[in-house]
Design a protein around this ligand. Structure first.
Ligand code: NAP
Ligand code: F7E
Length: 404
């Protein structure tokens, strides 16, 4: 069987007493508090992850979420194995986890989501308690240019992880990074765990496959496997090609005189944007439950790309006025300079017009509420990019440029 029972058996309290006799007094009191606070002995025992040495594997550890999740798990006392693609220059492209490399509980293993053998070997060798599959080709426009690769990595990659766990560590708990892109052309507003899927991109289709195969392995093999259906979440670590980071970095570049204006696509699209640092907590919580389940992770608020741009530019002292429609959409600052222009090359073959998630189930079952508002998130990202550009100016090198 692939999942631990949620029923506290009669031997459990005696096992706990034995375990408690080996740990300091203050930890015993904390453990008893957890048991009382969270109701069942089993749940209390799992939440001891705070002090017992559990092992987690993370794919996508070099990305935005992977780096935040690795930090969170290390703080909780986990040993963390990151599965990374082999690269010829390992120091470049791993800037988000460089600060973790000296942590004795953090290890990297070579592995690729395209390669079953590498995932099998990593799982067999490390016997993780928890496996977080965050690796993916995650940029939606690229999925039209590379649909086969997207299906292989973002879709089949999840199946390869599940197969490795089924064969080599069936007690390991599995988290799949699902996406609001699965809803695509939305059938409900707001979107819930019950909303049907209608993906609008090869990326969304691949995520639907990953979601369904995760549910199927849970039902077929009794594995503890679940999906978090995460709405857009951003941070200063977001890739520069995603719209929020492209906007905040370009605003900082304009403020420092490196660019004249921002070139953008569809500003009418609406997204439910949260802070990535808040969302990885929810990924962990999903693996600490008695029974596995799928959860929407969202803020319950939505904003247009246009509003996000207006807010970001206001933080660098530019008050934008918008005019025009479609490809003629522009925005000018208070001095009459055109600061935003539209380039149709950023329009998508099929757009997701409106996303807004309902996080009620996550709040009820997992006690989770997002801690960072949209306004705080945008401020944080602008501040970070202003510092990055200023450091480049001071250091005499070129600041980062969002890719075309
Ligand atoms: P990200 O920053 O783009 O990171 C993607 C990660 O996947 C990188 O570490 C990348 O490694 C790795 N990866 C790509 N191809 C791989 C392969 N063939 N084998 C192994 N690893 C590979 O993404 P993120 O924003 O952190 O998102 C994490 C996960 O959540 C992704 O699955 C994404 O699709 C999903 N998601 C994200 C959001 C969001 O708003 N951020 C929302 C919903 C779902 P390299 O460094 O080697 O490229
Ligand atoms: O686009 C519009 C664009 O690329 C957001 C990924 O993490 O979240 C992300 O996918 C919106 C879209 O994110 C530009 O058309 C306008 O409507 O920041 P994005 P995304 O496509 O929503 C989901 C949940 C994931 O799972 C994905 O992995 O912004 N937009 N102009 C633009 N977008 C970009 N990138 N660049 C523009 O110039």
């Amino acid at each position: 069987m692939g999942v631990e029972t949620s029923t506290p058996d009669v031997a459990m309290p005696f096992c706990m007493l034995h375990t408690l006799s080996n740990i300091p007094l203050y930890q015993r009191w904390f453990t008893l508090f957890l048991v009382l606070r969270y109701g069942t002995i089993e749940k209390g025992r799992r939440l001891q992850g705070y002090m017992s040495g559990k092992t987690a594997m993370i794919t996508g550890v070099t990305g935005q979420d992977g780096s935040y999740l690795a930090e969170l798990l290390l703080e909780k006392g986990y040993t963390v194995y990151g599965l990374v693609r082999r690269v010829s220059q390992p120091t470049s492209g791993r800037s988000l986890i460089n600060h973790l490399m000296t942590n004795e509980n953090f290890h990297l293993l070579n592995g690729d989501l395209a390669d079953q053998n590498s995932i099998d070997n990593a799982v067999a060798q490390t016997q993780p308690d928890e496996f977080y599959n965050l690796g993916a080709m995650s940029f939606v426009p690229e999925s039209w240019r590379s649909p086969m690769m997207t299906a292989d990595i973002t879709g089949l990659g999840a199946l390869r992880c599940l197969e490795a766990i089924r064969k080599h560590a069936p007690m390991c708990r599995f988290y799949q990074a699902g996406s609001s892109e699965q809803y695509g052309k939305v059938r409900d507003v707001p979107q819930t765990e019950a909303t049907p899927f209608h993906p609008r991109s090869p990326y969304g289709c691949a995520k639907v496959f990953a979601f369904e195969i995760t549910r199927n392995y849970r039902e077929s093999y009794d594995m503890y496997a679940c999906t978090g259906i995460l709405f857009n979440h951003e941070s200063p670590r977001r890739g520069l090609e995603f719209v929020t980071r492209k906007v905040t970095m370009t605003a900082a570049r304009i403020a420092h005189g490196f660019d004249e204006c921002l070139w953008i696509g569809n500003v009418n699209a609406k997204r439910d944007w949260g802070f990535a640092g808040d969302y990885v907590e929810m990924q962990w919580r999903m693996l600490q439950q008695d029974t596995p389940g799928d959860f929407v992770v969202a803020t319950g608020r939505t904003h247009s790309v246009r509003d996000m741009i207006t807010l970001a530019f206001s933080h660098v002292g530019m008050n934008l006025t918008w005019s025009g429609e479609g490809v003629d959409t522009i925005a000018t600052d208070q001095d009459g300079n055109v600061r935003v222009r539209t380039n149709p090359k950023f329009f998508r073959p099929a757009e997701v017009d409106l996303l807004i998630g309902d996080p009620a189930l996550a709040e009820k079952e997992l006690g989770w509420v997002p801690g960072t508002s949209f306004e705080e998130l945008v401020q944080m990202m602008v501040d970070s990019d202003m510092s990055t550009v200023q450091e480049a100016v001071d250091g005499g090198y070129a600041p980062p440029i969002p890719p075309e």
